[in-house]
Design a protein around this ligand. Structure first.
Ligand code: HPA
Length: 251
């Protein structure tokens, strides 16, 4: 049975169209997830929703218990994960308001619990991560976006930084040299853990601002502009997810 999980990032506190059946606090061997799992459906398709930063957005990116979050989703039967995240735009085609489905990741985070292979009872496995995002789920999301009439950029290299501060202009120049086109703080270890658990995972990124030193963020990043871009984009993200749920329901 299909059970689509959505992890909501900054500015994305819930799925308005979801019929909520119950909320469940899932305990895991890795501690507690960011908050109760919201369980329900959209047009009859089973859905799970988890706010990454917890109810009230209290957890900074380096304090999110990614292992517990992904474990709880697996335990609750997630067959695919759409991870929604606000990001900064580095690539010239990644201006504020762009919704992008990146294809690749570069991980610059440190000090996070990033694997289930931690030398306890689990056999060490070196999971393949050549293509970090699930190609089939990406394809389905792109089709859903087209059906919903929402333009989505079908490419991108996501740089995961440590945060919670935003980057310096020089750091963004370095990321650009490395080939990154988008920058966010939560994409890793989330995507890697999903792969370790074998859950198809795709990243729906909403560009909320030009990254430091780019475009109109040459001098500074305006939080007011960032927030208003997010507020304007969230409805579009919801439409893409509803269209995906509808397609999964027909399949
Ligand atoms: N950098 C890192 N993370 C972000 C940004 C950014 O500019 N905007 C939203 N999340």
């Amino acid at each position: 049975m299909t059970r689509l999980a959505v992890i909501g990032g900054s500015g994305f506190a819930g799925l308005g169209q979801m019929k909520v059946v119950r909320r469940e606090i899932v305990r895991t061997p890795y501690g507690e997830p960011s908050g109760p799992l919201v369980i329900g459906d959209i047009h009859g398709v089973a859905m799970l929703f988890l706010p990454r930063h917890g109810p009230g957005h209290v957890l900074p990116p380096h304090r999110v218990n990614y292992r517990a979050n992904l474990w709880a989703l697996k335990e609750s039967g997630a067959t695919g994960i759409v991870a929604v995240a606000a990001v900064g735009g580095i690539g010239s085609n990644c201006g504020p308001g762009t919704i992008a489905l990146p294809e690749q990741i570069i991980d610059y985070t440190y000090g996070r619990e990033h694997t289930y292979c931690d030398g306890s009872d689990r056999q060490v496995t070196h999971v393949d991560f050549t293509q970090p995002y699930d190609p089939d789920l990406r394809r389905k999301l792109l089709l859903a976006a087209a059906r919903a009439g929402e333009p989505v950029l079908d490419t991108g290299v996501y740089a995961a930084t440590q945060g919670p501060r935003l980057e310096t202009a020089a750091e963004i120049v370095r990321l650009q040299r490395d080939g990154a086109t988008l920058v966010g703080m939560t994409g890793m270890p989330e995507a890697g853990l999903a792969r370790e658990l074998g859950i198809p995972y795709a990243h729906l990124c909403v560009v909320s601002n030009w990254a430091a030193g780019c475009g109109d963020s040459r001098e500074r990043i305006s939080h007011a502009d960032l927030q208003s871009t997010l507020d304007h984009s969230i409805g579009r993200v919801q439409r893409v997810i509803v269209a995906l749920a509808e397609a999964l329901g027909r399949a």
